[in-house]
Design a binder for this molecule. Structure first.
Ligand code: NAG
Ligand code: NAG
Ligand code: NAG
Ligand code: NAG
Length: 337
């Protein structure tokens, strides 16, 4: 949400070369979108049929006897077409005020507008082998990558300079707080990276990490702070929520059940969500809480993602207790095999 405001506030540059590049870019996007429109018009049979939607209330029970939690052994007995059901939060929890507190812009600079620059002097900020929490999946150097230039890229906002990374300063900001990443392996990578950036200044006896589970917590006792990761690749209750065994052929979700996971992230002060790649692997089966006999509906991945993102965003907007949190959403990423 802050990102939107930042986009609007973005200053235009008067630099003529940039203006020229912008013009070329606009021309290209016009050409491109015209081509896209033409292609779409050529294949009218590809466009989805008009749908009418019905709105249902979310399943507010985090766990109940009648609604079984999904796990990797869950299966659909039958699969039908998507019925057009959506989730409605509005009116469930009337909140006073209702307007999200506007954050006074302390940083005048739009940190989202910038570029990557090669920095041979002050980067890398940590060495892979010095971080005891580095996972094998991310340890490129250990597994034979010899060019280490990729560690030297530093984000440079267009209109200001970021302060040099300082782990102690960062811990002071995190004192008494819980910083949490929620999502898939992209966010797990961000989480481990954050720990590696911060861990070296914490004495070994003051830091701990819970074993690999759905919710993994790094704790710095002397700052009473945690950096946590919740494995929830599809944000809602799904058959892929096992942190280790989740490579399944079919995705089953409970679109009306966000609470199973939100109970695990509600306590955090700073939240970083992401989800994307897991919606790109074929159709998704929807198992609504009121469906007996495991009868599912099927929806294409992006349609299902839209349904879930809407539910998630409405949930965040509907509760005043979320207003004091800082919430970020990391947008789509390429694959990282
Ligand atoms: C990383 O390792 C190199 C070479 O061993 C060393 O020169 C450098 O200071 C290290 N960087 C950090 C941030 O520890
Ligand atoms: C530690 O932080 C938590 C909030 O995460 C707070 O409730 C608790 O009182 C803090 N404990 C101390 C000893 O400061
Ligand atoms: C579930 O299956 C049982 C037995 O096959 C059947 O009697 C019942 O009507 C089914 N329920 C629904 C909601 O389809
Ligand atoms: C699947 O259907 C069969 C028979 O219709 C029923 O016995 C079984 O309980 C169903 N499975 C689930 C998970 O509901």
């Amino acid at each position: 949400m802050t990102m939107m405001q930042r986009w609007k506030n973005r200053k235009r540059s008067h630099f003529p070369l940039l203006g020229f590049i912008l013009l070329v870019f606009i021309a290209c996007s016009v050409l491109f979108s015209e081509r896209t429109i033409l292609i779409i018009e050529k294949n009218p049979s590809d466009s989805p049929p008009e749908r009418t939607f019905t709105y249902i209330n979310p399943n507010l029970e985090p766990t109940s006897d009648s609604v079984q939690e999904l796990d990797r052994f869950s299966r659909c007995n039958t699969t039908g077409e998507y019925s057009g059901k959506k989730i409605r939060w509005v009116g469930l929890e009337p909140e006073s005020g209702g307007s999200r507190r506007k954050r006074e812009s302390l940083e005048r600079c739009d940190v989202f507008s910038g570029k990557w620059v090669f920095d041979d002097e002050s980067y890398p900020l940590y060495n892979e082998s010095d971080c005891p929490y580095m996972s094998d999946q991310l340890a490129c150097h250990k597994h034979g990558r010899s060019d280490l230039g990729y560690q030297h890229w530093r984000w440079q906002p267009h209109n200001c300079n970021l302060k040099r990374w300082n782990a102690i300063e960062m811990w002071e900001k995190l004192r008494g707080k819980r910083l949490m990443f929620v999502g898939d392996s992209l966010n797990r990578g961000q989480w481990i990276s954050m720990i590696c950036l911060l861990q070296s200044v914490i004495p070994a006896e003051k830091r701990s990490i819970t074993p690999n589970s759905q919710l993994t917590i790094f704790k710095a006792e002397n700052y009473n702070a945690t950096i946590e990761f919740l494995w929830a690749p599809l944000l809602v209750d799904s058959n892929s929520d096992d942190p280790v065994n989740h490579r399944l052929d079919e995705r089953i979700i409970r679109p009306d059940s966000v609470l199973k996971h939100s109970a695990k992230w509600e306590h955090a002060d700073i939240l970083v969500f992401n989800t994307y790649l897991w919606w790109r692997q074929g159709p998704v089966k929807l198992l609504w809480s009121d469906q007996e006999n495991a009868s599912c509906e099927e929806l294409d991945g992006l349609g299902a993602m839209e349904l879930v993102m809407q539910t998630w965003a409405d949930r965040l907007a509907s509760k005043s207790k979320y207003l004091d949190k800082q919430i970020f959403f990391v947008t789509m990423s390429p694959t990282h095999l």
